[in-house]
Design a protein around this ligand. Structure first.
Ligand code: HEC
Ligand code: HEC
Length: 388
């Protein structure tokens, strides 16, 4: 009977029994001895529990570490960090060309009515977009598609939504007399540039071997050289270089989902996209989800090949969190919606709320810091060019 009463005392060693006598199985001095013994047992038990726990924690940490390392390896096999610039042998990034190109990019006097420049639709404050569904050009003409960013664009294998141009130089040469700047032809635009003496000198310096350097091609080369310096690395580049702390656990989870869901089948490489054409609407008609102009059939407009109907360039997703609204239609306001549309029409998958949010968290890690030379508009050479 007394032994039974004492069991709680053995366990509750730390709290001295209110009536040791009532409980003591060894009435003469047995109490303290038992207390000491139970203390040892308890310490041993606690150490054992602690050891087992730390083993668990260590195993969990090890497998978490392994999981992180595996994810990094998968990511490194699929994506790559940005290079220092996008210069090539054919298109060097010389200081003279870059500075001239930067000025031309910001100069509204090149446009037919003096109201439009590249920077009108590729605004520094908006990560080189205009935050419009469809851009407005000179004389407020509404363009056909949404304006993509020009940050990192030179790394893409083709330019524009349907890959209309081989490189940024060809795109800029074309833009000189496209509706954005509104010039009826290249000659009109070049005459406007020629009317500003500062540019005449700068073209000579940028293209020193040419007697008459103000040409549409050189305009494209100068603007293109500037665009080839617009390299905007993000935390994801630090991650790809091996610093797993550069992405939070949520972002890493999103990256894992991005890979496992199949997004990276199309959006891969240094641009997280920008390296291939794909049909938009592999499993479902995208227009039913996001609307859009049925006459814009993407790549078909370039090649006239029926298999190219609704084929578009897989765009780079760098800075995508900053460039709403989305798609060539500009009809989707939120990135999470764009991610769901992609899963649905490209992969026939329905994402849960948590999955869509995690992927968006990963996409946010692709936002880089805008370069200083882009944030501030340059001083432009003096001169007035009458507009039509
Ligand atoms: C009126 C607005 C507007 C102006 C002005 C404008 N752009 Fe754009 N830009 C757009 C739109 C819209 C697109 C998408 C065109 C398409 O795909 O059909 C685009 C596409 C581009 C692209 C392709 C990006 C990619 O991801 O493929 C580049 C590069 C570019 N513009 C550079 C320029 C340059 C350089 C100038 C000045 C010479 C310029 N833009 C002037 C609106 C404009
Ligand atoms: C089969 C190829 C393919 C797959 C798979 C794919 N995409 Fe795309 N993605 C495209 C194409 C093509 C476009 C351009 C659509 C257009 O013309 O507007 C695009 C556009 C996007 C855009 C809009 C970008 C912008 O600047 O407006 C986002 C965001 C995007 N994809 C994210 C994802 C995500 C997230 C996944 C996985 C759930 C995914 N994509 C899977 C081909 C693909």
């Amino acid at each position: 009977m007394s032994e039974v009463t004492c069991v709680p005392y053995l366990i509750r060693w730390a709290a001295p029994p209110r009536s040791a006598a009532k409980c003591a199985p060894f009435p003469h001095g047995g109490g303290p001895a038992i207390r000491q013994m139970s203390l040892r047992i308890a310490i041993a038990a606690i150490s054992l529990i602690a050891a087992v726990l730390s083993m668990f924690v260590r195993t969990a940490a090890a497998s978490e570490g392994e999981e992180e390392a595996r994810l990094l390896k998968d990511a490194q096999a699929t994506f790559s960090p940005l290079p220092h610039d996008f210069a090539t042998h054919e298109f060097p990034v010389t200081p003279e060309r870059v500075e001239l190109g930067r000025q031309l990019f910001f100069d509204p006097r090149v446009s037919v009515d003096g109201t439009s420049s590249c920077a009108r639709c590729h605004q520094a404050a908006l990560y080189a977009t205009d935050a419009l569904v469809q851009s407005h050009g000179a004389r407020n003409k509404v363009l056909l598609r949404n304006a993509p960013t020009v940050l990192n664009t030179a790394l893409q294998f083709k330019q524009q939504w349907a890959g209309e141009f081989e490189n940024v130089e060809a795109q800029a040469t074309h833009a000189l007399n496209a509706p954005g700047l509104g010039n009826p032809d290249a000659a009109t635009a070049l005459a406007r540039i020629n009317a500003i003496p500062g540019y005449v000198e700068q073209f000579r310096a940028a293209f020193p071997d040419q007697p008459d350097p103000i040409t549409a091609e050189n305009y494209g080369k100068a603007v293109g050289a500037y665009e080839r310096t617009l390299v905007i690395p993000s935390r994801f580049d630090a991650y790809l270089r091996g610093n797993t702390d550069a992405l939070s656990q949520d972002e890493q989870h999103g990256l894992r989902l991005f890979l496992e869901t199949g997004c990276a089948d199309c959006h891969n490489g240094a641009g997280i996209g920008g390296s291939e054409f794909e049909k938009f609407g592999v499993f479902a008609d995208f227009r039913k989800q996001i609307g859009g102009n049925p006459d814009d059939q993407g790549r078909f407009g370039v090649t006239k090949d029926p298999t190219d109907k609704d084929v578009f360039k897989v765009p780079s997703l760098r800075n995508v969190a900053m460039t709403a609204p989305y798609f060539h239609t500009g009809t989707v306001a939120h990135l999470e919606t764009a991610v769901r549309v992609m899963a649905r029409v490209q992969l026939d998958k329905t994402l849960s709320d948590d999955e869509a949010k995690a992927i968006v968290a990963f996409l946010r890690s692709l936002t880089g810091t805008r370069p200083a030379g882009f944030e501030t508009a340059p001083m432009l050479p003096a001169g007035f060019v009458p507009y039509k």
